[in-house]
Design a protein around this ligand. Structure first.
Ligand SMILES: [Zn+2]
Length: 203
């Protein structure tokens, strides 16, 4: 990867840390397409993400994705073997071929996004949320990329020119951050108006 791309990814990673509490341990949910292509390209996903963001990461898959891989058959046998080495998220439902794994993965994304933006977390819940807070997605699926762009605070890895890249903030994250800044500004203005009011009463 060129030094320009590494610099851009590092800057983006720093932004995620600042804006969404991205920790130094990142869990990456890998879909079938991403696992297949990186395996063909012989890319070491953990090593690449580490060099891009200077972050430790672990690869995960879901039981739905594994099942879908199995059902497609021998064409994806090698991909299935690779994904079998990842950590497993056991879905608490039966795989439904009519719905497919994308629907299931998109539900996880919503859950993780909620955790990434949870500002008012009770102290006793922090550890639990901390466990699910630092997730990201690695995908080649167009539908999942669109969903990822619309998910607040979710780092998304994709493939371009045989390289792993980190997607820039989507509109959802940008709008969330703008609203957060506006809320802070409104609070400051409210405090100033309150103090001004107090000083008027005193005189
Ligand atoms: Zn599932």
């Amino acid at each position: 990867m060129s030094s320009k791309r590494i610099k851009k990814a590092s800057k983006l990673g720093a932004n995620y840390s600042r804006d969404f509490n991205l920790s130094s341990n990142l869990r990456v949910l890998v879909d079938i397409g991403f696992a297949k292509k990186t395996s063909i390209l012989k890319l070491d996903v953990i090593e690449k993400i580490n060099s891009m963001l200077n972050i430790n990461c672990e690869l995960y898959t879901t039981s739905c994705l594994l099942k879908e891989c199995e059902l497609i058959g021998h064409i994806l046998q090698k991909t299935h073997d690779v994904m079998n080495t990842f950590n497993l998220i056991k879905c608490n439902h039966k795989y439904n071929p009519k719905i497919g794994a994308v629907k299931c993965v998109s539900r996880y994304l919503q859950l993780w996004s909620g955790a990434a933006t949870a500002d008012n977390v009770k102290t006793e819940d922090r550890h639990h949320l901390g466990e699910i807070r630092f997730w990201s997605l690695a995908t080649t699926d167009k539908e999942l990329i669109t969903i990822g762009k619309n998910t607040v605070g979710l780092p998304l890895f994709f493939l371009s020119y045989s390289c792993i890249q980190l997607l820039s903030y989507g509109k959802a994250s940008e709008n969330y951050l703008k609203k957060k800044q506006l809320d802070i500004l409104n609070n400051v203005v409210s405090i100033w108006l309150y103090l001004l009011d107090l000083s008027c009463i005193q005189y």
